[in-house]
Design a protein around this ligand. Structure first.
Ligand SMILES: C[S@@+](CC[C@H](N)C(=O)[O-])C[C@H]1O[C@@H](n2cnc3c(N)ncnc32)[C@H](O)[C@@H]1O
Length: 270
């Protein structure tokens, strides 16, 4: 597992991450190396820059779009090209992520000046929304995390296109609540409840993170895993509900709304 850090990451976060890296014998790669990397250049080359659509028309992202031939290819065929070897979740702006990014932009006080982690960042849209809304500062930066290094390349490229800087963190940190609560105040989770096992791990991490004083905001478009029982068990409070724009509905059959939930809070307080 590699680890990628932006040069503006605070010394504290760098030191903490370095300790994690050393303890797990992982690799530290500077983002300036990454910025000119094969991955970033390929994300740029093989995607379309999309702006002005969805719930956050103000944020532009490199995405796979219906006018690209790869959109219509079967998954196995799409994996034959260099950057689409794994399922390219990062190349889609998921409706749960759109709702969460919109909510963050509309409620900047929730993130301003805070240390933010965008868990399972994909394209990096929620991290970018947090940075645009004034998160970070005072030596802290907004951090985007994903298990897929291509997602981090896309997030880096997208951050730069939106005029913000973010820190990139690669790997699966769902079992590392000590590390996460020591380094972040708010965790943003965009559309990670599409899979039952992943949702169970994310919700368990979210509850523990909140019990240690953090805040977790989760965007979801009504995936079946988040039924009323799961919501009650994990104390999910719906804090916003958005109507998805027509083009988003047409690409996500059956989903018409994007919800934002706060984990373990009866109301959102400033
Ligand atoms: C459905 S996409 C959502 C992307 C983005 N948050 C959005 O809303 O547009 C899920 C993302 O989570 C990432 N992911 C899956 N399991 C993960 C894990 N254990 N830790 C971090 N990221 C993970 C995937 O690689 C993918 O980019």
């Amino acid at each position: 597992m590699g680890m990628l850090l932006h040069p503006t990451a605070s010394r504290h976060v760098r030191r903490t991450l370095s300790n994690v890296l050393m303890s797990r014998r992982e690799r530290l790669v500077s983002s300036s190396d990454f910025k000119n990397s094969y991955l970033v250049k390929n994300v740029e080359k093989e995607t379309t820059f999309v702006k002005g659509v969805g719930l956050t028309p103000d944020i532009g992202l490199h995405l796979m779009t219906p006018d690209m031939s790869i959109w219509h290819k079967k998954a196995e065929m799409s994996r034959s090209t260099s950057i689409f070897q794994e399922d390219p979740y990062w190349a889609i702006y998921w409706p749960g992520g759109q709702a969460l990014a919109r909510y963050v932009l509309d409620n900047p006080y929730l993130v301003a000046g805070k240390r933010i982690l965008d868990l399972g960042c994909g394209s990096g849209a929620c991290a970018i929304a947090a940075a645009v809304a004034g998160a970070g500062g005072a030596g802290n930066s907004v951090t985007a995390n994903d298990v897929d290094p291509v997602a981090l390349a896309a997030a880096a490229l997208n951050a730069s296109n939106n005029g913000v800087e973010i820190t990139l963190l690669e790997g699966d940190f769902l079992g590392h609540v000590d590390f996460l609560s020591a380094n972040f105040d708010v965790m943003l989770v965009g559309d990670l409840c599409f899979d039952q096992d992943l949702a169970r791990r994310v919700l368990s991490l979210g509850s523990e993170f909140v019990s240690r004083g953090g805040r977790v905001l989760l965007g979801d478009p009504g995936r079946w895993v988040l039924n009323s029982e799961t919501k009650d068990e994990n104390r999910l409070k719906c804090v916003a509900k958005y109507e998805l724009p027509t083009e988003v509905v047409s690409q996500n059959s059956g989903l018409v709304n994007g919800m934002v939930y706060a984990v373990g809070e009866s109301e959102i307080k400033i």
